[in-house]
Design a protein. Structure first.
Length: 48
């Protein structure tokens, strides 16, 4: 998501994982705090 800024596309997602290369992590986290998870080494995500 490097350089991504079309935030409308993220609306309605249950999970948004931004990793180290995501330039706008802070903005995405602010806008989608319920779905946002910061990706990092060792992160495990269980999907139902």
């Amino acid at each position: 998501m490097h350089g991504f800024d079309d935030y409308e596309l993220l609306k309605g997602l249950d999970l948004i994982v931004a990793a180290h290369c995501t330039v706008n992590k802070k903005k995405i986290a602010e806008l989608f705090s319920d779905a946002y998870v910061e990706g990092k080494a060792g992160l495990k995500i269980t999907l139902d």
